[in-house]
Ligand binder design. Structure first.
Ligand code: PA5
Length: 476
């Protein structure tokens, strides 16, 4: 039996069963055979991909490699330890932690958003402000190469070069550069600029870019060629058949997570647990199938094509943004696909709450709720100055207020027939985050199969790249 720390996330759609503006439980039951067919297709896709044979035209591209990746990575680690991919990730992360105090992750879209989600969900909220010893000697983490913003780039370069140029890990930084294609302009430009800065920074111990730059890239491409030419000591692969936004559980997310001292095995175990659940649980109990069914039915029955992921923890905002990208790039094709939107509450109740309560009836709200906080509850406390009237609530802590806000908001939405479902994480840690990554990736590909959209690839993004390159080269 799964122990307390291994509990699965749960999904409660009670708040979408509404007489006029929601669905009935029977609607979900009526969809069961279609849901099972879509799940079978996802399983067949995985087998087809694994056989490495010819992929039929209508299935291309087929990036189904993400599905069993957690199992493959964990099995290889168990059998080959240090020699496995995960063994190498842990070794590289460990030695980097000893020699640097800052790590810059360069990448855009799927090449950085999952890492950011892991960082924000699992690390201290002010990780980068803590001293090296408070961080357990884990480096600070920064993100660039996800834009072409001159002043933001200069700001980070200032920070990296401001310190006294003495030797020692406190003053040294390293770079993880991530690009599957190796040709994304934003990341390539940042790489050239940050590499130049790194090459120019003197180091008494003579630690050069060969040790301080770690590329993560596809088998072929410009970044791979550069890595060969510059002879970086460690280069990690983004495997064929794993697309950018499905790559969080490859070295793309695992290496930075390990650099931050996080438990990457638990992250993978969480994802594996979700796979087991997805494959084995009946449609009545399957969180992936039920989540897909509710979202799909509200869209087809009522045209509710705005999906609000309402995060009741600041630490989950970057996860929400990762999911926004996953859903938008995977299903936003052929004039279809719901529009995702991440909110963080109670913060955004004061910016978006009005619209969600009384605006267009085009929204499905999914609350993402962490059941147990990490730190001791902070009480309101009593004060001699009770002008704010809070002494009557002195015993209540922030988790009590959060709980009242969640229940109060759900009640208000129910009164107005605004469909709302709850996704509960027993705690926020590597295991539950691994589950959530895998759940959302599976739900997205399953929904794609359900509505006849290939969830892989992003042909539409090529248009802006083509024009941008042509404009830059004076051809347009
Ligand atoms: O999901 C995707 O494939 C994209 O968002 C990519 O991750 C993004 O465009 C970056 O591509 P690359 O890793 O090739 O630089």
């Amino acid at each position: 039996m799964a122990g307390q720390k291994d509990r699965l996330v749960s999904y409660d759609p009670e708040g979408v069963f509404l007489p006029d503006h929601g669905i009935d439980p029977e609607d979900i039951s009526a969809l069961h055979s279609q849901l099972e067919a879509a799940r079978s297709e996802v399983l067949r896709d995985q087998e087809l991909w694994e056989q490495q044979g010819d992929i039929p035209e209508q299935k291309q591209p087929l990036d189904a490699g993400f599905f069993r990746l957690p199992e493959r990575t964990l099995d290889a680690y168990r059998e080959q330890r240090d020699q496995s991919e995960l063994g190498r990730i842990l070794r590289t992360a460990g030695s980097l932690r000893e020699i640097v105090d800052r790590v810059v992750v360069l990448g855009i879209g799927g090449s950085y958003m999952g890492t950011r989600a892991i960082f924000e969900a699992c690390c201290h909220p002010y990780h980068n402000e803590l001293s090296r010893s408070e961080r357990g000697s884990c480096p600070r983490l920064y993100f660039e190469g996800n834009n072409v913003d001159n002043d933001a780039t200069q700001g980070l370069l200032d920070l990296l070069t401001a310190k006294e140029k003495t030797s020692g890990p406190e003053n040294r930084w390293a770079m993880v550069v991530v690009s599957k294609s190796g040709g994304t302009l934003e990341t390539a430009v940042a790489f050239r600029q940050f590499l130049r800065t790194l090459q120019n920074s003197s180091d008494a111990e003579n630690l050069g870019p060969e040790r301080l730059v770690i590329p993560i890239t596809g088998a072929e491409g410009k970044l791979r060629d550069l890595s060969r030419a510059l002879e970086f000591q460690e280069v990690f692969d983004i495997p064929d058949g794993v697309g950018g936004r499905f790559s969080v559980l490859t070295a793309v997310g695992l290496l930075p997570a390990a650099i931050l001292g996080l438990d990457v095995v638990r992250l993978l175990e969480g994802a594996r647990a979700m796979n087991e659940h997805f494959v084995a649980a009946s449609p009545e109990e399957n969180v992936v199938l039920r989540y897909v069914a509710v979202s799909h039915l509200l869209e087809t029955k009522h045209g509710m094509n705005q999906r609000v992921l309402s995060c009741w923890s600041k630490a989950l905002e970057a996860f929400g943004l990762w999911y926004d990208q996953l859903l938008a790039e995977s299903l936003g094709k052929q004039e279809q696909g719901a529009t995702p939107l991440t909110t963080v509450n109670t913060r955004d109740l004061h910016s978006r709450g009005q619209q969600h309560q009384q605006g267009r009836r085009d929204k499905v709200i999914t609350n993402l709720i962490v059941d147990e906080v990490r730190c001791d509850p902070i009480p309101i406390g009593t004060s001699q100055h009770n002008q704010d009237g809070l002494n009557g609530l002195a015993e209540k802590g922030l988790p009590d207020i959060m709980d009242a806000a969640i229940r109060g908001t759900n009640r208000a939405y129910l009164e107005d027939q605004r469909p709302t479902a709850d996704l509960h994480l027993p705690r926020l840690n590597e295991h539950t985050l691994g589950q959530m990554f895998q759940m959302m990736m599976l739900a997205t590909v399953m929904e794609g199969r359900l509505i006849g959209i290939n969830p892989y690839g992003q042909p539409g993004v090529e248009a802006y790249k083509k024009h941008m390159q042509a404009i830059l080269r004076g051809e347009e």
